[in-house]
Structures are given as structure tokens and as C-alpha cells.
Design a protein around this ligand. Sequence first.
Ligand SMILES: Nc1nc2c(ncn2[C@@H]2O[C@H](COP(=O)(O)OP(=O)(O)OP(=O)(O)O)[C@@H](O)[C@H]2O)c(=O)[nH]1
Ligand SMILES: [Mg+2]
Length: 325
Amino acid sequence: MTEVQPTPLNQYVGFDSITRQIETKLLKRGFQFNVMVVGQTGLGKSTLINTLFASHLIDSKGRVDAFEQPRSTTEIHPVSHLIIENGVKLRLNIVDSPGYGEQINNENCWDPIIKYIKDQHSAYLRKELTAMRERYITDTRIHCCLFFINPTGHTLRPIDVTVMKKLADVVNVVPVIAKSDSLTLEERAQFKARIRDEMEYHDIHAYPFDSDEFEEGERELNERMRDLIPFAVVGSERNVVIDGKTVRGRKNRYGVINVENENHCEFNQLRTFLTRTHLQDLIETTALKHYEAFRSRQLLALKESSAKQQQAQQQQQMQQQANGV
Ligand SMILES: Nc1nc2c(ncn2[C@@H]2O[C@H](COP(=O)(O)OP(=O)(O)OP(=O)(O)O)[C@@H](O)[C@H]2O)c(=O)[nH]1
Ligand SMILES: [Mg+2]
């Protein structure tokens, strides 16, 4: 196709204000962001959720009493929050999930999680296909799945490989090394490299993905992120006082870990990644890659089944005619 040359204007038309018009509209509507945590039992999923948004979601519906004993999560549990920052509204859905891997037979233990993710796609598609479609469909599709890896320092467990692979087919997977306070910095670096190698070996495509539309800066940022991922995180339900400042931390016999100190762990980098640099891309990738794949599969299946139904009806009619009915 030949490229259209711009027609020169002899006066100001004013359509450049469209970006402002879009911004005003978006600000009014707000944004929806849905995060889910998945991983083996006891790796600190619920704790990290509370830590991630603790400073923002004071008195949230999570485990607010610091002295309450942590409970094992028994069901998929979404919690919603509306947060507003400088006039920008963000509806945040945080979905906690029960840990797996404790049973003698762990086969298909990931089914309820995959089903939950697909159910959200399915609900969205149903709303999209209704005759009187809502103007803005409530979006419960999971935009980011934080996958918790056991800090063994060795390799990924086969079950983790299976679950991550299944997840990566339907959602943006961001792996994190759980309870990374149990690893030395050297072990951490080696473990990270090994996980990256293993993921490549098993053909697991974790987020972020590159797109042709990306500019150089975005590609570089993603490259840096891929070198950092899996984020080595530490979570804590408790506040500790360091230099007179109250922070989330873990205290043990040898000292205090400040969850937000970048020399101690990569919790801050994960939070920046989720909220400052990749929020919009996580939402967009979910719609354009994962949901689109689901949608076209469903619509194709629907078309095939209605074609089969039609064929069966025609055959029945022909049979009836042949029988002289
Ligand atoms: N050392 C250490 N312990 C942690 C960390 N995060 C959580 N814990 C502890 O690990 C235990 C389990 O934490 P949970 O957050 O309940 O773990 P979970 O993954 O939600 O567990 P399930 O719901 O059973 O799957 C608790 O005693 C936490 O205090 C961490 O970063 N480092
Ligand atoms: Mg839990």
C-alpha cells in the first residue's frame, strides 16, 4: 500500500486535543487491574499480597491484625479495592489462591486455578456477545499471575514446570522466588539464572513479551526486566522500626530484613514493575493476547458446533423425506 502524504493545513484545526479528551474520559472511567497469586502451599502468597498493598491499603480486608496467626488459604478468594491517586481511580482485584503440592497425588491440582482464569474470560465473552451489551464491561480477567517458586536453590519441581506451562497459556505469568531471605545473594543470583534456563528449556513463555509496536526504550526496559525476573521477594505481616521509621520487615536472631530495602530483596522492583512500569501493558496484553486467543477458540468451536447441528438437521429432514413422512 502506498503511504498517504499529509495534506498541509493552513490554519489550526484543533484535533490534537484528542489526547486530552481521551485522558479526561479515562480518568473519569478509571482502570481495573486484577492480580492473582499461585504457588505451592506455605510459600508466603497471602503474606506477600498483604505486604504489596499494605502501605496503600491500610485497614484492608486482608489479615490486618499483625498478631493473628497466618492461616492456610482454602479457596480462591478475590478481594476488591478502589484506590485513588492524583485523581486516577484504580479498581484493584487481588485474588488469593490455595497452595498446591501437598497431596500424595497432585495430578490436576491446578485445574481449579486454570478454570478460574478461563471462567473470567468466558464471563467477559458472554457479556460481549449479548445483544444489549454493557457500555463498559466489568473486567475480572486476570491481568497478572504472580507465580511463587520454592527457594530451594536447586531446580524447579516438575509440578511447578507443569503448572507454570499451563498458566502461561492463559495468563501473563510473572515468576517470583518466595521467601528469598533464605538464600544468600550468591545463591540467589545462581538460582535466578537456573530458573531462567529451565523455563527456556521447557518452553515456558513468561511475561513480558515484545511486540512490533514497541519502541527502543520499551524493548530495553523489557530486556532489563527479563534479566531481573524472577523477582526474589520477601513478605511480612509485621512492622519493624528501623532508624525510627516503621517499615514492613522480618526480624530474626541475626538482624532485620527491611522488605522495601533493595539491598535486602527485590520487593520494591516487583512493586514498581506492577504499578509503575507495566500496569498498562499487563492489561493490554491480557486483552490482545490471552483473551483474544480464548475468544477465537470459543467462537470457532461455536461455529463448528452450529454447522454440525445444521448438518444433522438437514440429514434428518432428508431421511424424513425419503421415508415419506
Ligand atoms: N522467612 C520468610 N517467611 C515468610 C515469608 N513470607 C511469608 N512467610 C511465612 O510463611 C508462612 C506461610 O505464609 P502464607 O502467606 O500463609 O503462605 P501461603 O502461600 O499463603 O500458604 P497457603 O495459603 O497455605 O498456600 C507464614 O508463617 C509466614 O509468616 C518470607 O518472605 N520469608
Ligand atoms: Mg495463603
